[in-house]
Design a protein around this ligand. Structure first.
Ligand code: ZN
Length: 343
C-alpha cells in the first residue's frame, strides 16, 4: 500500500468466517485507547441546510461554538456561486492548500464545480411541471420510466445490469443533445445529497488521476496512535459493494441511483461547456478543463458512480454534531472514511 501511516496498528484486517473483512485486535486493548485516526473521508457530503453551519474543512458545527453560522467564506456570496464556509482562517487556508492541484492556480475549479451543481439544483422543476418521473415518451429518459415500478422479484443481476446499460445509452443521448441544456427532472433530497457525495468521490478520483502525489490522499495528522489519510480510489474499491443488497431491500433505489448518475453526467457535460467558454484557447491548461474532462471520462460509463453508490450503503459514517447523546445529536452529513469501515 503506497500510503503514509504513523503509529502501529493495534489490529489486523482479516477475512471473517461469514464473508467480508473485519478488524481483529492483536491483544486486549484498554478502554479509551485510540485505535485509528483517519485524517479525511475519501468522499463526503454535508447536508445542504447545514452548509453555512458546518466548516467545509474540519466539519466543526457553528452551533457548538455559540454561533448561528460560520462567516469565513471562500467564493462569492450569492446563490449559485458555489461558496464554502469555514470555522477559521486556518481551515480556509488548509482547504485551499490541500485542494490546489496546480501550484499557484487556486481552487476556483472547486467553487466552479460546486456552483454548477447548485445552479442545476436550483433549476430543477422550474419547467412548470413537477417532472419527477422520466415518463415523457418524447424524451430519451422515457425509456427508463419502467424502472419506477421495479419490484423485488425483478431484481436479478441481469435486470440490474440491463437497466444500467440502458441508463448509459440514455445519458449519452441526453448529453449529446445540442439543444438540451436544462435539467428539469426533480431529484429528492436524498438523491441530491447522494449526488453531492458521488461527485465529491469522483472529484477526488479525478484529482488523484491528474496528480498522483496529491497530498490529501495520504495526509496524516500527528494524532496519537495509528493514523491514516483519506486513502485512494483503489482502497475505496476494496470495501464491500452493497449495491444489490440495497436494491433488494429497497427496489426503488435502482431508479433513484440511475437518476443520480444521469444528473451527474448532465453536470459533467455542462461543466465542460462552461470550462471551454471560460478558456477559449485550447492550449490554456485551466484546472477546470482538466477536472471537467476527467469527470466526463469517469461518467462515460456508470461504473465509477455505481462503485461509489454501492459502497455508500453500509460503509459510510454519519457526521454528527458533538452534543451529548441525551440531548439528541443531529446528523450533519456523511462520509466514507475508508480505513474505518472495517470496524
Ligand atoms: Zn474548521
Amino acid at each position: 500500500m503506497d500510503i503514509d501511516v504513523t503509529g502501529i496498528p493495534l489490529y489486523d484486517i482479516l477475512t471473517t468466517p461469514h464473508g467480508g473483512r473485519s478488524a481483529f485486535a492483536h491483544e486486549k486493548i484498554p478502554k479509551g485507547s485510540p485505535v485509528l485516526h483517519c485524517s479525511a473521508p475519501y468522499a463526503s457530503v454535508i447536508f445542504w441546510k447545514f452548509r453555512r453551519e458546518v466548516c467545509a474543512w474540519c466539519f466543526a458545527y457553528a452551533f457548538e461554538s455559540g454561533k448561528r453560522k460560520w462567516n469565513i467564506k471562500l467564493g462569492e456570496d450569492h446563490r449559485g456561486a458555489g461558496g464554502a464556509w469555514f470555522c477559521s482562517e486556518g481551515c480556509r487556508e488548509a482547504c485551499i492548500r490541500e485542494n490546489e492541484i496546480f501550484e499557484g492556480q487556486g481552487i476556483g475549479w472547486w467553487l466552479e464545480i460546486n456552483g454548477a451543481f447548485e445552479r442545476l439544483v436550483a433549476q430543477m422543476g422550474k419547467s412548470g411541471k413537477q417532472d419527477r418521473k422520466p415518463t415523457g415518451r418524447s424524451t430519451p429518459a422515457g425509456a427508463l420510466a419502467y424502472l419506477e415500478d421495479t419490484t423485488i422479484k425483478d431484481l436479478t443481476p441481469e435486470y440490474v445490469d440491463r437497466a444500467w446499460g440502458l441508463a448509459e445509452e440514455v445519458a449519452a443521448e441526453e448529453s449529446s443533445h445540442e439543444r438540451k441544456t436544462k435539467w428539469t427532472e426533480v431529484l429528492n433530497e436524498l438523491e441530491i445529497d447522494t449526488a453531492r457525495f458521488v461527485l465529491d468521490g469522483l472529484v477526488r478520483k479525478a484529482v488523484e488521476d491528474i496528480n498522483p502525489t496529491f497530498s490529501i490522499l495520504d495526509r496524516v495528522t500527528d494524532a496519537p496512535g495509528y493514523c491514516m489519510g483519506a486513502g485512494r480510489w483503489s482502497n475505496l474499491l476494496e470495501l464491500q459493494d452493497n449495491e444489490v443488497a440495497l436494491e433488494l431491500s429497497k427496489p426503488y433505489m435502482l431508479a433513484s441511483s440511475i437518476r443520480v448518475y444521469r444528473f451527474l453526467r448532465h453536470l459533467a457535460t455542462s461543466l465542460s461547456k462552461q470550462a471551454v467558454r471560460s478558456s477559449p484557447h485550447i492550449q490554456e491548461t485551466s484546472p477546470l478543463i482538466y477536472l471537467a474532462d476527467q469527470l466526463r471520462t469517469s461518467l462515460a460509463t456508470s461504473s465509477a458512480a455505481r462503485s461509489l453508490m454501492g459502497r455508500d450503503h453500509g460503509n459510510t459514517f454519519g457526521i454528527w454534531d458533538m452534543v451529548s447523546d441525551d440531548k439528541g445529536s443531529e446528523m450533519l452529513g456523511w462520509g466514507a472514511y475508508v480505513f474505518g469501515s472495517y470496524f
